[in-house]
Design a protein around this ligand. Structure first.
Ligand code: HEC
Ligand code: HEC
Length: 261
């Protein structure tokens, strides 16, 4: 059976205190349905890609379109099949739903806008086009999405437990910084697999590239971001500990900093 992925509204950070953040954490995406992705590249897909995507991602999906030159982060090079934002384990290809989600919501803090200005049919039609750029999709299938399970109730205790994991057990601070500002001691030296400099995410901004829900944050450190130095921490933690860490990471969001920007 094809696992369905929950597609829901990305919760916006309106929280001003941990308490209200905790309320936000409980809002789970509610709509689930199979996507009607064409099995082959269609004319609509080709035309949509050429007009809206190739200026950055390039005619052959190499991330080298005319607009890409001075851009950082670079538009994704689709030829390696390395996708950052997935529900699937580290090293796996993404599911169609993962790709659709990124196209629809965009990638905050980059020039990748949410393409909800296109119709759903157009957004679905480009998925086979992106996949056709990489041989990986011919020889492999995406692994099954990781089981996110039921979120534990966020409390001061879960946040405190998460802090211990962040600071002592897994030392996330080495890259992301003690306060989560993306300024840890190893922050300056990170590169992605294409040799471009990459910064550990600044949690205080609250604009998570892969989505702001607790499920999104849980998935990011569980699956890792393929093609980047952000590793997968899939084996080190129990399911409950994963939620603790999620709650702590989300508590690092500082709405007052966001207002200054
Ligand atoms: C103005 C430039 C620009 C345009 C136009 C653009 N993108 Fe992007 N796209 C980017 C950048 C930059 C990134 C990388 C963001 C990052 O990793 O932080 C990206 C990333 C992506 C990813 C991320 C995949 C992953 O999980 O790693 C997908 C999928 C994608 N783009 C699809 C599209 C599609 C489909 C279109 C056309 C409808 C499109 N993009 C148009 C700039 C662009
Ligand atoms: C070796 C350095 C390194 C370590 C250690 C590290 N990260 Fe990251 N992390 C990164 C980088 C680099 C990115 C940004 C990738 C990007 O922008 O594409 C990132 C991104 C993330 C994101 C995605 C945010 C978004 O935009 O959606 C989350 C969540 C995250 N890290 C959590 C953690 C947690 C939790 C730990 C500890 C268990 C951790 N990281 C350890 C380097 C690291």
């Amino acid at each position: 059976m094809k696992p369905k992925v929950l597609l829901g509204k990305v919760g916006l950070w309106s929280a001003t205190a941990v308490a209200s953040a905790a309320v936000m954490l409980c809002i789970a995406p509610t709509t689930a349905r199979a996507l009607n992705v064409p099995t082959e590249v269609t004319e609509l897909g080709k035309n949509t890609y050429k007009k809206y995507c190739s200026p950055c991602h390039g005619e052959e999906g190499k991330g080298d379109g005319p607009l890409a030159r001075s851009m950082l982060p670079k538009p994704r090079d689709f030829t390696r099949g390395a996708y950052k934002f997935r529900t699937t384990p580290s090293g796996s290809l993404p599911t169609d739903e993962d790709i659709f989600r990124t196209i629809s919501y965009g990638v905050p803090n980059s020039t990748m806008i949410p393409w909800d200005i296109l119709t759903e049919e157009q957004r679905l039609s480009v998925i086979p086009v992106l996949k056709s750029f990489s041989e990986a999709f011919e020889v492999r299938k995406p692994d099954a999405p990781v089981d996110v399970g039921l979120e534990v109730r966020p409390t001061e205790r879960t946040i405190a437990e998460g802090k211990k994991i962040y600071e002592e057990k897994l030392e996330c601070w080495k890259c992301h910084g003690v306060e989560g500002r993306g300024d840890g001691p190893s922050a300056g030296e990170q590169e992605d697999d294409f040799g471009f400099p990459i910064k550990p995410f600044d949690f205080t901004t609250g604009k998570f590239k892969g989505g702001n829900s607790s499920r999104d944050v849980y998935l990011r450190f569980t699956t890792g971001l393929n093609g980047t130095p952000m590793p997968s921490f899939a084996k080190e933690l129990s399911d409950e500990q994963r939620w603790y860490l999620t709650h702590y990471v989300m508590s690092l969001v500082k709405p007052e900093d966001k207002e200054k920007k």
